[in-house]
Design a protein around this ligand. Structure first.
Ligand SMILES: [Zn+2]
Ligand SMILES: [Zn+2]
Length: 436
């Protein structure tokens, strides 16, 4: 659901460049055709870098443009030092539940509830000795390719060391995550905040330290080597400090990263699994088992259904996946399919929370012909959504202890603009973001 960016990596089979969405769980190599599983993206604090677009050679031209724009004397380029500057990046969804009464002269004073949501993509400097001023790579990141921040991808450019710790960034995010939330239009008496599907990473952005001479003056500039342009001018001491920092041992490589690509092959029957990029559970068409990547390998996940083995196959029936936790008396269901907005997912989750769908093993002959709707929400994401439903007072919290999550495929029938489930509850087709 996040607006995301592209990541480049190498195919483990043929070494070709594989480019995939940052949120992807699978992809296909366009050179050798191998289906690939992406592991390690769930782990946070992966290191990425963006490669410079303006080369050292093109810097002179860029500097002339900056000088003209600012009305400076034509400068003489003395030195250019490209380097990577680290930013912490936090993405996710901010959810704010509020309760209150309408303000002003409105006569309606009944207590109202609102759920406010906002996608989050924030960046903050992780290096403190040199301030990038107000500069942040911001949303531009979403249109650029990311590479893993390895020595190989970084070339010879040094990395400015990370100086702020992750804890202080996370602490700051507690507030910043909710910046710019929409106005509820109520006089709020109660408020609850949720940080949903939060992911953190470190992004190294390419800057250049440029020294120019104008007559007898020396000017030091920090330049954005992706978009061009002056970030700010530096003092001599700032340059000295930066040069010290770039000479440190950690400036040579920001460390290992756990993101890996592995062939997508069924562990049971060695059949090929579908490399659909945004799916958290894959069905093997040959042996009909469900697989998901956990700790870097494919592991089986129990898959059940609420279908009837005797009913005729009907093309208007669509199986929607739900995550299920079974308790002693009640069960908890959270949609596992992707919907367009977290607000709608919240509404559906509250609606189906205690749905009593049957959950039975899928008979073998049905498994072979079953084409379920993609599982777009991982099980831990479903748990987070269950916490929001319980935390807003919509439902009682469901104890997770001693329960595990299974996937249940529930038959829905296409009726007008909705998919209608076994209990008459409907899911609007337009919200699914996929053509049916
Ligand atoms: Zn390949
Ligand atoms: Zn198989």
């Amino acid at each position: 659901m996040n607006r995301s960016c592209y990541v480049s990596h190498h195919c483990p089979q043929c070494g070709g460049e594989v480019v995939f969405d940052q949120e992807a769980t699978g992809t296909r190599c366009r050179y050798c055709g191998a289906g690939l599983m992406i592991t390690g993206t769930g782990a946070t604090w992966l290191n990425f870098l963006i490669k410079p677009i303006i080369s050292v050679r093109e810097t002179a031209h860029e500097v002339t443009c900056i000088a003209m724009k600012n009305g400076w004397k034509p400068p003489l380029l003395r030195s250019v030092l490209p380097f990577y500057f680290p930013f912490y990046r936090t993405t996710g969804h901010a959810l704010k539940w509020v309760s209150g009464r309408k303000a002003g002269l409105d006569m309606d004073k009944t207590l109202q509830e609102r759920l406010l949501t906002r996608p989050v993509d924030l960046m903050r400097p992780a290096h403190t000795d040199l301030s990038p001023g107000l500069f942040s790579p911001g949303y531009r990141v979403q249109s650029l390719h990311l590479f893993l921040a390895t020595r190989e991808n970084g070339g010879k450019m040094p990395f400015a060391p990370i100086q702020r710790d992750k804890e202080s960034h996370s602490k700051k995010m507690e507030e910043d995550f909710f910046d710019g939330m929409p106005d509820p239009g109520l006089k709020v008496t109660e408020e609850r905040r949720f940080r949903l599907w939060e992911k953190n990473s470190i992004l190294f952005f390419p800057f250049s330290l440029v020294e120019v001479r104008e007559g007898t003056n020396v000017r030091l500039m920090l330049i954005d080597t992706v978009g061009g342009g002056l970030i700010r001018q530096l003092k001599h001491e700032e340059m000295e400090k930066l040069l010290d920092n770039l000479g440190l041992k950690e400036s040579r490589s920001p460390g290992e990263t756990r993101l890996k690509l592995a062939p997508l092959i069924c562990p049971e029957c060695a059949g090929e699994l579908d490399p659909d990029p945004l799916v958290h559970l894959r069905f093997c068409r040959s042996c009909a088992k469900g697989w998901e990547a956990r700790r870097g390998v494919l592991q089986e996940r129990e898959c059940l259904w609420a279908g009837d083995p005797d009913s005729r196959e009907d093309p208007s029936t669509i199986f929607l996946p739900f995550w299920l936790r079974r308790g002693k008396e009640k069960s908890l269901f959270i949609p596992a399919f992707n919907v367009r907005s977290p607000r709608l997912l919240f509404n559906l989750s509250a609606r189906y929370y205690h749905a009593d769908f049957p959950a039975r093993p899928i008979p073998y002959h049905n498994r072979m012909s079953l084409k379920p709707f993609p599982v777009g929400l991982p099980p831990d994401g479903a748990d987070e959504m269950a916490d929001v439903v319980a935390g807003t007072g919509s439902k009682k919290p469901f104890p997770r202890k001693g329960t595990s999550q299974s996937l249940v495929l529930v038959p829905f029938r296409r009726m007008g603009p909705d998919l209608v489930g076994p209990r008459g509850l409907a899911v609007p087709i337009s919200s699914l973001g996929v053509k049916i």
